[in-house]
Design a protein around this ligand. Structure first.
Ligand code: NAD
Length: 355
């Protein structure tokens, strides 16, 4: 393979452009082709990139392009798996935005095929790859926390239901898969990725189906919110094989202050993600340290782009394979299933795939 990774983008909306910009800005990455069902979106991004792109309305045609080595999938949740499956079936490397899927069975199907195809398969996770989360991970590796036995993770918005794509609010969308996924993934990863054994939770929709709680207190037309078919809040508790527990919450709308936080409870130390704070006891006294992450450090998007390109071109180990997205999806879906059934969900019974 050449020293430059030739990349295509499926879905040139918000997240497609965000990932695309940074993949293109990397010294060894180059966006060469775009795909969207809305041609004007591709035209706008082509203009921004400043050079002609090959443009496709159907992702199968992009996947068949022999001048493309790797593809980013940035479509609504419901199209992640079909698009990513087309990529791996074409033998190309794939990076997929979060969540991996809109459901557990399709997530399993994708991971099976991606791993069998032997291509690089990676999740684009802007919270996990953020400089604050990477700093905490370094502290975990250095042993600051000791054993982490408990975590709390939450994403709380005041009025933040997406109003720009029906995929967010129809079945397969929802607050938990959209924002819960970020903090759940970050907390689980920092806790050392223990194997989940059970989950319990509640979920519902208290704002979206009533035309309330939309992004920045906007009022989308009734035809939009009449199609509401997902949760706008969910809260759950996940139990792990190593005895650890994780409380996770996600609210797209609420009568509460905005918050995005991960808290880690370790035998030797504790810590928070935003801001990064480390808590321990030294010589019998509490020692609390606030870490100021330098603004000059690589952003999450830059780190995602560099890691994907390095993993493909250098054959280095991927720190966020789709398999991680699958474990997170299993936890998300188990919490939602628990809400539907009113019972605790045993992950081994719920997920017919070894995690
Ligand atoms: N921080 C993050 O990692 C982050 C941030 C925002 C969104 N996301 C994720 O990205 C996804 C898209 O969100 P968004 O805000 O960019 O939405 P968006 O509506 O801005 O963009 C989605 C694009 O996909 C296109 N699309 C839909 N179906 C397609 C198909 N079959 N083939 C090709 N293109 C198709 C749409 O036309 C649109 O341009 C969601 O799954 C969301 O969860 C991740």
């Amino acid at each position: 393979m050449s020293e430059t990774l030739r990349i295509g983008i499926i879905g040139t909306g918000g997240v497609g452009k965000q990932n695309g910009r940074h993949l293109d800005a990397d010294a060894r990455g180059e966006i060469v082709a775009l795909c969207d069902i809305i041609p004007e979106r591709m035209d706008g991004f082509e203009k921004e990139l400043g050079r002609p792109m090959r443009k496709y309305l159907d992702y199968h045609d992009l996947c068949a392009d022999p001048e493309v080595d790797a593809i980013f999938v940035g479509t609504p949740n419901q199209v992640h798996v079909p698009a990513a499956l087309a990529v791996v079936r074409a033998g190309k490397h794939v990076m997929c935005t979060k969540p991996l899927s809109d459901s557990l069975p399709s997530a399993i199907e994708l991971v099976k095929e991606a791993e069998a195809a032997g291509v690089v398969n990676m999740m684009s996770l802007s919270t996990r790859f953020g400089p604050d989360c990477l700093y905490l991970q370094q502290q975990v590796r250095d042993g600051f926390f000791g054993d982490i036995y408990y975590g709390r993770a939450r994403s709380v918005r005041r009025s933040g239901i997406p109003d720009w794509n029906l995929g967010f609010i129809e079945a397969g969308g929802g607050a938990f898969r959209d924002m819960g996924v970020h903090v759940l993934d970050a907390a689980w990863w920092l806790m050392g990725m223990p194997r989940p054994v059970s989950a319990t939770g509640v979920a519902g929709a208290k704002f979206g189906p009533f035309g309330k709680g939309y992004f920045s207190f906007r009022n989308p037309p009734e035809e939009y919110w009449q199609k509401y078919g997902s949760d706008d809040f969910a809260g759950g508790f996940i139990r792990f094989e190593n005895g650890a527990g994780l409380q996770v919450e996600s609210f797209w709308a609420s009568h509460m202050p905005e918050d995005l936080q991960v808290e880690l409870f370790g035998e030797e130390g504790g810590g928070t993600l935003r801001p990064v704070q480390l808590y321990t006891t030294e010589h019998g006294a509490p020692k609390d340290v606030r870490i100021d992450i330098p603004k000059a450090w690589r952003t999450g998007w830059q780190s995602i782009a560099k890691h994907f390109i390095d993993t493909v071109l250098d054959g280095s180990e991927c720190m966020a394979p789709l398999r991680h997205g699958l474990v997170v999806q299993a936890m998300l879906e188990a919490v939602l299933e628990s809400s539907r059934t009113g019972r605790e969900v045993v992950i081994d019974e719920f997920c017919p795939f070894p995690l």
